[in-house]
Design a protein around this ligand. Structure first.
Ligand code: NCD
Length: 414
C-alpha cells in the first residue's frame, strides 16, 4: 500500500491509505517515497556473546548490528560466559540493553544450570513463583533454550519442557545432538555431513516427541535437512504448538559454498550448509508454510576463532537482503510473506501481541527498506564485531535503510 503512518508516543496511531487526510501537524515528517515501510524485524535466534566474549561481540555492537539489519526485537541465546541460566541474569542483561535504548532484547534462559545438563536452571525457581508470589522473581523469559547443547538426559529434558509448559514460554531446540547413533557414526570416522545429519534428524524427532508429551510450545531452530522438514510437516498436523525457523544461510547456500570457504573454518556453521536437495527442501518449506519464521542465528566470531574452526556466521546485517534476493526476487514468496516470516510470525511464536505488523495501536517498530537496492556484502563494514560472513563479496538486492523503534510523534509517509 502507499500512504501514511501516523505515530504518537511510540504507538501507531493511524494508518492512512494514499489520498486520505493526513494530519495537519506533526513534530516530524519522514518522506519515504520510493521505499517500503515494513514492521521492524524480530529475530528469534542471535548470539550476543555478552557477557564473556568481547573479542567476538558486545551487547552494544550486536544491538547496532541488529538495528542496521532492520531488527527492533531480538532474542539472544544463553551460551554466554557464564551461561544465562537464571531469570535474574536475563533481567539484568535486558536492563543493560534497555539503558542502551537500541533494541528490545529478550535473553533466552538455559534449561539447565550452567548448561551442564545435570540439573534444572532458574526455570525451577521460576516454577516456585507460581505457588509463592512472595518470591521476587521476574516474569518468565519469552523463550528457553539450551542452545547447541540440547539436554541429553531424556528425563531431565522432559522435566524442563514441562516446566516451560507450566510457565507458558516456548522452548527453542537446536537439535545438534543425535544420541548414540550419531555418536557411533562420529566414532567410526564418518564425515561431518553424515553424522551431523543423523544428529539433526534424531534430535528433531526426540524434541518433537518429548515436547508433545510435555505439552509445551516447541520451536525447532535452524532446520537444515530435508528429513527434518518432512518430520516437522507431519508433527504440525498433530500438534499445532510445534513451530520452526530457517536461517538465511541455509536458504541461500549449500555445501559447495562451505567447501569454497573452508568447511572446517570460514564455511563452518552448525548445522552445516547441506546439499542442494536439502536447500531446496528448506525453500519448499518456506513456500509451503512448514517453516514459520526466518531467524538469523547471528554467531559472530573473531577471525582467528573462525580460522580455528569456530562455527557460525554473522547474520543480522545481511538477513533481509539475502532473503529478499533468494526468496522474493526468485519468486518463492511475496515481500509481504517475507515480512511476515521476519516479523509477524516471530512475534506470534514469542507471544508478543504488540508488534510484528503495521496496525493501529501496535508499537511503532518500523523499518524502511529499498527492495531494488543492489549492493555487495562487505563484512568489514558490519557494525558487528564478527566480520565472518558466508556472503562476503556477494551481490544482493534489498537494503534496510532506517530502523525506528517506538519513537515519539512522527508521521511517516510512503
Ligand atoms: C553457535 C555459536 O557460535 O554460538 N554457532 C553456530 O554455528 N550456530 C553455536 C552452535 O549452535 O553451535
Amino acid at each position: 500500500m502507499t500512504g501514511c503512518v501516523v505515530v504518537e508516543n511510540g504507538v501507531i496511531k493511524k494508518v492512512i491509505p494514499r489520498g486520505g487526510r493526513t494530519p495537519a501537524h506533526a513534530d516530524a515528517v519522514i518522506d519515504g517515497k520510493g521505499l517500503t515501510l515494513l514492521p521492524a524485524f524480530i529475530d528469534l535466534h542471535a548470539h550476543f556473546r555478552d557477557p564473556g566474549f568481547p573479542g567476538k561481540e558486545t551487547l552494544e555492537s550486536a544491538s547496532l548490528a541488529a538495528r542496521a539489519g532492520g531488527y527492533a526485537t531480538v532474542v539472544c541465546m544463553a551460551n554466554t560466559k557464564p551461561p544465562l541460566d537464571t531469570f535474574e541474569a536475563a533481567r539484568s542483561l535486558r536492563e543493560r540493553s534497555a539503558a542502551l535504548g537500541l533494541i528490545d532484547l529478550h535473553p533466552a534462559v538455559a534449561l539447565t544450570k550452567g548448561m551442564e545438563g545435570k540439573e534444572l536452571s532458574g526455570i525451577k525457581r521460576g516454577l516456585m513463583k507460581q505457588g509463592n508470589h512472595a518470591l521476587s522473581i521476574p516474569d518468565p523469559p519469552l523463550l528457553f533454550s539450551e542452545d547447541g547443547k540440547d539436554v541429553l538426559d531424556d528425563a531431565l529434558f522432559l522435566e524442563a519442557l514441562a516446566a516451560a509448559a507450566q510457565l507458558g514460554s516456548p522452548v527453542s531446540c537446536h537439535c545438534d545432538n543425535g544420541g548414540v547413533e550419531a555418536e557411533k557414526a562420529k566414532q567410526s570416522g564418518e564425515p561431518r555431513e553424515v553424522w551431523s545429519r543423523i544428529e539433526e534428524n534424531n534430535a528433531t524427532e526426540r524434541a518433537i516427541r518429548l515436547g508433545s508429551q510435555a505439552g509445551c510450545a516447541l520451536h525447532i531452530a535452524h532446520v537444515s535437512t530435508k528429513e527434518a522438514v518432512a518430520m516437522i510437516r507431519d508433527a504440525k498436523r498433530k500438534n499445532p504448538r510445534v513451530t520452526c525457523e530457517a536461517t538465511p544461510h541455509h536458504i541461500a547456500l549449500a555445501e559447495k559454498t562451505a567447501a569454497l570457504l573452508g568447511a572446517e573454518s570460514f564455511g563452518r556453521v552448525n548445522p552445516p550448509l547441506r546439499t542442494e536437495e536439502d536447500r531446496r527442501a528448506i525453500i519448499a518449506g518456506v513456500a509451503g508454510g512448514v517453516i514459520d519464521a526466518i531467524a538469523t542465528d547471528h554467531a559472530p566470531h573473531a577471525a582467528q576463532d573462525k580460522a580455528g574452526g569456530a562455527p557460525g556466521f554473522s547474520g543480522l546485517e545481511t538477513a533481509f537482503a539475502v532473503c529478499c534476493t533468494e526468496l522474493v526476487r526468485n519468486g518463492v514468496v511475496s515481500l509481504q510473506k517475507l515480512s511476515s516470516l521476519m516479523s509477524a510470525a516471530p512475534a506470534r511464536i514469542l507471544g508478543l501481541k504488540d508488534r510484528g505488523v503495521i496496525r493501529e495501536g501496535l508499537r511503532a517498530d518500523l523499518v524502511f527498506v529499498d527492495t531494488e537496492a543492489e549492493w555487495i556484502v562487505e563484512p568489514s563494514a558490519f557494525k558487528s564485531r564478527g566480520k565472518n560472513s558466508a556472503f562476503a563479496g556477494r551481490k544482493v538486492f534489498g537494503k534496510t535503510l532506517a530502523t525506528m523503534r517506538a519513537q515519539a510523534m512522527r508521521v511517516v509517509t510512503v
